[in-house]
Design a protein around this ligand. Structure first.
Ligand code: HEC
Ligand code: HEC
Length: 139
């Protein structure tokens, strides 16, 4: 008998949870997509390809201690391989005509990257001249 009451109460509880009535006084949420008002089914023209400064030109820094902006396309960084270091390591920088990573990025042996500086694009972002900032800023 106890078991039967238990099952009956469980069934009653479950039926109370289902069949929720929709909120009638809910206000419409106006969310604007970064892609504009295009419908999902619309085909929108592709964004322009990013244009980077001519090879060998770095960009002016806006404040002291700023991680300099990357004046070229992005390269892969994975747990096993860091492409950036192929051109920016102190040993290769001269040959590749790049600025070597500063001493602050390296362990005391002057060669090994510090773990905190491994993921370069965490601090250094590529800057294309023909891209509008998604969010306005005063820099
Ligand atoms: C194929 C070689 C190559 C690779 C790979 C490469 N760079 Fe560069 N990088 C350059 C050259 C050339 C310049 C322009 C000369 C300079 O300022 O060092 C440059 C400039 C920079 C600068 C500007 C330096 C300054 O003082 O203004 C930063 C920052 C930078 N690269 C970061 C990166 C990052 C981060 C990666 C990996 C995602 C990377 N680079 C991969 C060749 C390379
Ligand atoms: C934690 C943030 C951070 C990470 C990660 C980082 N950097 Fe930097 N980087 C900076 C800052 C800040 C500066 C400017 C101050 C300085 O020179 O130490 C800088 C400066 C530089 C410079 C200019 C050096 C000079 O003498 O003008 C180069 C080139 C550079 N970084 C390359 C890299 C590369 C390549 C990686 C990845 C292997 C990397 N950085 C990872 C913050 C970072």
């Amino acid at each position: 008998m106890k078991k039967l009451i238990c099952v009956a109460m469980l069934a009653l509880g479950l039926s109370a949870c289902s069949g929720q009535a929709p909120l009638s006084d809910a206000k419409p949420v106006n969310v604007k997509s970064l892609a504009g008002d295009a419908q999902v089914s619309d085909v929108r023209p592709a964004d322009a390809m990013p244009e980077y400064p001519a090879r060998g030109k770095s960009l002016q820094r806006n404040f002291a201690e700023q991680p300099p902006l990357v004046p070229h396309k992005d390269y892969d960084i994975s747990i096993s391989k860091n492409s950036c270091i192929n051109c920016h390591s102190p040993e290769k920088a001269k040959r590749m005509r790049t600025t070597a990573v500063p001493a602050s990025h390296l362990e005391t042996d002057g060669k090994t990257l510090k773990g905190q500086n491994y993921f370069c694009t965490q601090c250094h972002v590529p800057q294309a001249s023909n891209k509008q900032a998604i969010v306005d800023n005063t820099f």
